[in-house]
Design a protein around this ligand. Structure first.
Ligand SMILES: [Zn+2]
Length: 359
């Protein structure tokens, strides 16, 4: 099994600091003494861009920098990456007027001159808290592109909520094309969605509902420890999809939130009860599917207009123009998930329709 998991470090820290000496000191302490990976950006705008687009465990920012203050950076970070812990480095904790505005928004304050032990203790606490609070979402598909077709929009919406996404693809789809090429395509699609890819090597068209499928899914659930799982619906004419569904139901029996996505091979018995608006995610979904170039050439179900039309259709049960639909196996737990419960929305739009018809 290959996977794209990051190499183990005690945590990945983004340091926004315009003072080269201070940055060097922080990096030396955190990387050299405590084993953190420290990435330094002197320009706060660049730091903000990277904070929003890469995986981090914590941000350390100086309070005074040219172009953007640490306070402005903090405000922007709270919008772009709400769950990312931020510690503010300041010259004078006691007299800095700006601190009033920061209280309650920054996760910690560090006063210059920085003391190595304090610095390590603070960053360790932030990273531990972040890791304990991380919301992990796992999507399991039988073949490359199954997860992208069924749930790429919802996964991107989870990502926008600050959740970490993992995709487990059980087979490399050798029946559908050169398997190394499809593996590279799966990797690219995962990159587009900001997901970690676990690519297993079960035999295409012969995925079983028992072992080794259950073990393969259980291994990844053990590694990822997700709060939310997406997989195939049982209402599907493809036996690999049905067997993947059955294996995931066993392996994910302890998971509080389990949803089933629609495949092009779904039957008319696919009966969703959760709808996720994907207006802001449709382009990412199309791009992820387009990554499967070797298949797009030969498989009509991957054509963008069909993907778009399907999402357009499901939007009648959701807000917006495009949506994905999910059957609900279980929906309990504290993790927020994108998408409103459908009942009220349906009633509302039906009422509107009726009013329209009368008026
Ligand atoms: Zn499939």
């Amino acid at each position: 099994m290959t996977n794209a998991e990051r190499p183990a470090s005690r945590g990945r820290i983004l340091l926004a600091e315009d003072d080269a000496d201070a940055a060097h000191f922080v990096a030396r302490v955190l990387a050299g003494r405590a084993g953190f990976e420290v990435v330094h950006e002197a320009d706060p705008a660049a730091a903000l861009r990277r904070a929003a687009t890469e995986h981090w465990d914590a941000v350390l920012t100086d309070v005074e920098m040219p172009g953007m203050t640490g306070i402005e950076l903090l405000e922007s970070l709270r919008r772009e990456a709400p769950s990312l812990p931020v510690a503010v480095i300041t010259a004078h904790v006691s007299v800095d007027n700006a601190l009033g505005a920061l209280r309650g928004r920054a996760d910690d304050f560090l006063e210059k001159p920085l003391h190595p032990d304090q610095l390590i203790a603070s960053v360790t606490a932030l990273v531990d808290r972040r890791r304990a609070a991380r919301q992990l979402v796992l999507a399991v598909g039988a073949h490359p592109d199954d997860v992208e077709i069924g749930a790429a929009g919802a996964l991107a919406a989870h990502r926008a909520l600050g959740h970490d996404i993992a995709i487990l693809t059980l087979s490399r789809g050798a029946r559908g094309g050169a398997d190394h090429r499809r593996a590279a395509e799966a990797q690219e699609a995962a990159r587009i969605l900001g997901a970690t890819l676990y690519l297993d090597d079960l035999e295409d068209t012969r995925i079983s509902e028992g072992d080794p499928t259950i073990s393969a899914v259980s291994r990844v659930i053990g590694a990822v420890r997700p709060a939310v799982v997406y997989t195939h619906s049982i209402h599907d004419v493809h036996q690999d999809h049905r067997n993947t569904h059955r294996a995931v139901m066993v392996a994910a029996r302890e998971i509080g939130r389990v949803f089933c996505f629609q495949s092009p091979s779904a039957t008319v018995d696919f009966r969703p009860a959760r709808y996720v608006s994907i207006d802001a995610q449709l382009q990412a979904k199309l791009a992820a599917i387009d990554a499967f170039a070797s298949q797009v050439e030969v498989r009509a179900y991957l054509e963008p207009d069909l993907i778009e039309a399907t999402a357009r259709y499901w939007s009648r049960f959701a807000e917006g123009r495009y949506a994905e639909a999910f059957e609900v196996i279980r929906d309990r737990g504290a993790t927020p998930v994108p998408g409103a419960p459908p009942a009220a929305a349906v009633t509302h739009s039906q009422a509107e329709e009726a009013a329209h018809a009368i008026g």
